[in-house]
Write a protein that binds this ligand. Sequence first.
Ligand code: TAP
Length: 503
Amino acid sequence: MNLAAIQTAAGLNTPIRHQLFIDGRFVDAASGQTLPTLNPHDNSVIAEVAMAGREDVERAVAAAERAFPKWSRMAAAERGRILLKLADLIETHTEELARLESLDTGHPIKDSRTLDVPRTAGCYRYFGGMADKFQGETIPVEAGFLNYTLREPVGVVGQVVPWNFPLMFTSWKMGPALAAGNTIVMKPAEITPLTSLKIAELMAEAGLPDGVVNMIPGLGSVAGQAIAEHPRIAKVAFTGSTATGRRIVEASAGNLKKVQLELGGKGPNIVFDDANLVAAINGSAWAIFHNQGQACIAGSRLMLHERIADEFLEKFTALAQSIRLGNPLDAATEMGPLTSAQHRDRVLAYTEVAREQGGRILAGGKAPAAADLARGCYVEPTIVQAGSWRDRVAQEEVFGPFVTVLTFKDEAEALAIANGTDYGLGSGLWTSNLQRAHRFARDLHAGMVWINSYKRVNPGSPFGGVGQSGYGREMGFDAMREYTQVKSVWVNVDAQIPPWYPR
Ligand code: TAP
C-alpha cells in the first residue's frame, strides 16, 4: 500500500507528514536516509520517515538561532496568542490527530480522542495564557537602590521525547518553552514521529515564525546524542529511560547546558483495608492498564493490605481479564498493542523473570490467542504476585500492562516497601483515614502523590520526580522557571555611596 492508500484506510483527510521540519519547511534529511514507522496493530509500514543526522541537527540549530532574537523579544501576549490559536487548531483537527496517534502508537482511539488530543490542546492553551503572566520580581534591597529580576528565555533548547505519549509530551515540552520565548530543536522517538510532524504543520498555520520550532525525527544514538552534545544548545529536556538520561547528562557536560530529566518510575499504589474497594479496584486497573502500562507514572506496584488482598485480587483479576483488546482504530477497544515488537518482547520476558524468582502469574503473561491480533504487539493484562519486594519485577520498570502485587501488614511496612526502590515519580494510596492520607503524602519518596485516585495530570500541576526518576518539573509555573533564567538588575536611584578608596 502506498502512503495515500494507508491514509485513506486510516480515515485521515490530510497528508501524513514524513519529512523533517526545519526553518518552517518540510525537507528531506541531508543524507536522504529514511526510517520506517510501523503500525503496532499488524507491524505494517505506515510511512518512510526522513531520518535526521548530525548535519540536520546543525541546520535545525542554525534555524533556531536565527529565529531566537525575534521570538524572544516579541510581546509575550503575542507569543501567547499564537499558542492559543494552535490549541484551537488542534481541537479542529481532533479526529485527524487522534487517528494518527492511534495508528502510530497503538493507543485506543477512545483514549486518543478523549485524553491525548484534549490534553495536548489544553496544555498549549494553559501556556498560551501563561505567556504574559509569568513575571519577574522587585526585591526590597538597601535604601537608594531598585533591584528587580528579569525572567529571560535560555535560548535554543533541545527536547528529546519518547514514544509512549508522543502528542501529549511534545506539548508538555514545547508549551512552556515557547511561552517563555525559547526556540526549539525537538527529536521525537524514531518509532512514533507522525503526530509531532503534524503539530509542526499546525504551528506554521497558527503563525509561528520560521525556525522557532524544528522537528527532526531520527535515531536517539545519532540525532538525540548530537542535540545533547551540541555546544550552542543552552538546555536539553528529556523524557525517557533512566539509562538514556544518564547518557544525556554526560553528553551535555561540554557546554554545561541546563538539563531537565523526566525518567522512569515504579509507582507504588497502596490500598489500605479501610479503602472504598470498588473505587480502588477500578482506579488501580486504570493506574496500570491505561496506555498498555506504557507510562512512567503507572501504578506498577500494587500494594495490598493483607486483610483485603484476597477479595481485592479476585475482583481485580476478573476486571483485568475483561478488558477488551483490539485494533486501536476500533472505538470499542480498551487496550491496544504495545508500541513496538521489541518492547513487547521485553515486557513478555519479565514473565520469566518473575517465575525464576518464585513469582506467581495470576493473569496474562502472554500474547492473546485471538487470530486477528496475531501480527501485532499485543500483551494480555498481566498480574504477577511477587515473592518479595526486592524481586526484580518489584524493582525494575517493566513499562507494560504488567502489575506486580505485594502485600503488607501495617503502615510502617507499607511505607518501607513503597520507598524501597531507587525511583520516586508517581505514587498513591487508597484510604478513608484522613490523617494517614496526609502522613503518606508527606513521607512518600515521590514527585507526585494521588489520594483515592491515580495518574491525574493537569497543565497547572507540577510533574516530575526525585531520585532515579530525574529532576526538574514540567507543567505549571515550575515549567516556566525551568525554561527561563533569572537576571538580577541593580539600579542606583539615589544611593549615596561613600568612596571605598577615599583619596
Ligand atoms: P529511551 O532510549 O530512553 O528513548 C527515549 C528517547 O530518547 C527517544 O527519543 C530516543 O530516540 C532518545 N534517545 C535514545 N538514545 C539517546 C541518546 N544517546 N541521546 C539522546 N537521546 C537518545 O527509551 P527506549 O529505549 O525507547 O525505552 C526503554 C525503556 O525506557 C522502556 O522500557 C521504559 O522502561 C523506559 N521509558 C520511559 C519513558 C518515560 S515516560 N519515563 C518513556 C519511554 C521509555 P530513539 O527512540 O529514536 O532511539
